[in-house]
Ligand binder design. Sequence first.
Ligand SMILES: Nc1ncnc2c1ncn2[C@@H]1O[C@H](COP(=O)(O)OP(=O)(O)OP(=O)(O)O)[C@@H](O)[C@H]1O
Length: 296
Amino acid sequence: MNVVECEKVTKKQGSVVALNELNIQIKKNTITGLIGRNGAGKTTLLKILAGLWRPTSGHVEVLNVNPFNSLTVSANVAYIDDSMDFPNTLTLSEILQAGKRFYGNWDSQLAERLFEYFSFHPDQLHTHLSKGKASTFNMIFGLAARCEITLFDEPTNGMDASVRKDFNRALLKDYLAHPRTMIISSHHLEELEELLEDILVIKNGKALLHEPIDVIRNYAIGLTGRSELVRQWVTDKQVLYTEEVGANTCYAVVKREGIPLEKAKQLGMKVTPVSASDVCVYLTNRTTGGIDDVFK
Ligand SMILES: Nc1ncnc2c1ncn2[C@@H]1O[C@H](COP(=O)(O)OP(=O)(O)OP(=O)(O)O)[C@@H](O)[C@H]1O
């Protein structure tokens, strides 16, 4: 059963097309990683799904209703980002109490335990928290809300590596105990990988790829060998990336499907796996040029 359906969803922001006829469906009780480069449209998509923004055109359904200004969606969808708009005058403990009053499935025990674990003080004001601590508190709020759908927009922004690790673990444990639908946008796919079931890659406001993580892990292979050989051998294949890695040596990443791996090895090329994280980087790369070109 799908809890999110987007059909030809376009969102224009002035002259910018943030989402461009985007089509996606999200299954109930899955954790999806939303991956894309800066400006790809991730936040725009999440805000539309949370009912905060209205699309310019297209059809959106979240929990079977149009999310924009929907009470059903407000009560059952949590949108967590690093600029949560909590009232300035409320202390952290008052914010958690407000969460308890608003969300039907709110888990006070979980909120309290995480609050203590991460050493928050009940009288602190949200506006006085450091960036990483604010993200940590927002994460606690998002998990404790236990909404049917939780949308985390770059939730680990500002967190140090150890807190990011704790966050991932807390999220996984709570999800396993209370399965629900989560979409997490992040620039740290390698750290999130073990949590994710599906990956949705967006580029220029369109869905480029939406597959289970295992499919992405096996999506591409790396070939290293004599430049002339590698470059010639990949001409009729779907190439994601090429780089000269040494004297007369080329590394090419190609879509795995239909590649005769044994033949490549026999010809003297080294065949290596390509991580899901790297696949996403290569898929969302600029089509021409790279940072090296700036220094030419
Ligand atoms: N309020 C706005 N006014 C004008 N343009 C906007 C506005 N919000 C977003 N955009 C533009 O829409 C596009 C998509 O932005 P969005 O924030 O959705 O990207 P993103 O994938 O979340 O990026 P990032 O990874 O940097 O957070 C960008 O080109 C951005 O500049």
